[in-house]
Ligand binder design. Sequence first.
Ligand code: LMR
Length: 397
Amino acid sequence: MFQHVEAYPGDPILSLNEAFGKDPRPNKINLSIGIYFDDAGKIPMLPSVRAAELKVVAEAGARPYLPMEGAVNFRTAVQHLLFGAEHAAVKAGRIVTLQTVGSSGGLKVGGDFIHRYFPGSVMLVSDPTWDNHRAVFEGSGITVKTYPYYDAATGGLRFDAMLEALKAAEKKSVVLLHACCHNPTGVDLTQAQWQALVPVLKERELIAFLDLAYQGYGDGIEEDAYAVRLLADEGLSFFVANSFSKSMSLYGERCGALSVVCPDAAQAVNVLGQMKATIRRNYSNPPLHGGQLVARVLTDPELRPMWEAEVVAMRDRIQLMRRQLHDVLSAKLPGRDFSYFLTQRGMFSYTGLTAEQCDRLKDEFGVYLVRSGRMCVAGLNTGNVEATAKAIAAVLS
Ligand code: LMR
């Protein structure tokens, strides 16, 4: 019956994380999956989220289905977080925000919508991008191509080449952009570069699709929404998928959203309607619990500042780990430049390590990095940073 079903080779990130879980070595180090671990190596339960959960559970009653588009308190709170409550596009009712199953759900729903309403559009993703982007959008039936992004020679951005490629893109192409903390490289556009991108998006009538999975891990919650607000200020119509997995440490709750900025409120009504239909076709409606925690944290006057301070602490700890890894590695291998650990931002750094070197790190030292050379620096802590540096120095020598 199923002879024709081929073996699954596994997912480069999730399968590696599963392999880590099965590794019996006590000193193994997980720098594979994009999860923030605290200095004790644990996934934190943020006190703000815990307090929100106690309140939500205390008030919980029946568990009806949510509407297809999700809970209205979640959707409003997320829209205000992304765009600012006073933004003209918010006030004009031009933005549709839907609660989705993680931001992956937002990408998938957005992908299905684009395939249906912009059937000729190709999707352009950065080279490289998150391993799952291509799979999600190809799964929606979209043709996916790349634009230049990462500069292996400098560990920075090939901005001129990126801009040239987008200037040459077919009109109405969809351009997937990481709003902050690029996954996998940690290399972001500066504010000036975002500004330089806007006229190209306009001239080529490109449809921006922003992925904002790490809000708060770059420069700050507000600062990391810069690109979202700039594009809205510039009157562009675009998509943005965002996530609370990392910023609220709510990975398994699958709390995300998809927002679509439309030219006017009348078009927003129809986009909302067709998005509801898209969600119905995919998973009917989103789950209740996690979204209510997010809505509570975002709107509760005591919990909101608590959460903002917790995000600062997570961001600062990652910065500290970047600095320590940089310093230890620079001391061990003085001829080499590890400054990219300091300039790249967010959870990830692109180390330049080859797949074979990553295999050696895993097999010989129990240090897990994605085979592309992506390191989740948020998995480093004061207890493992020295061992990580030692292992990297060994495979580089
Ligand atoms: C990652 O990039 O490691 C995370 O976003 C988790 C995932 O689903 O891939």
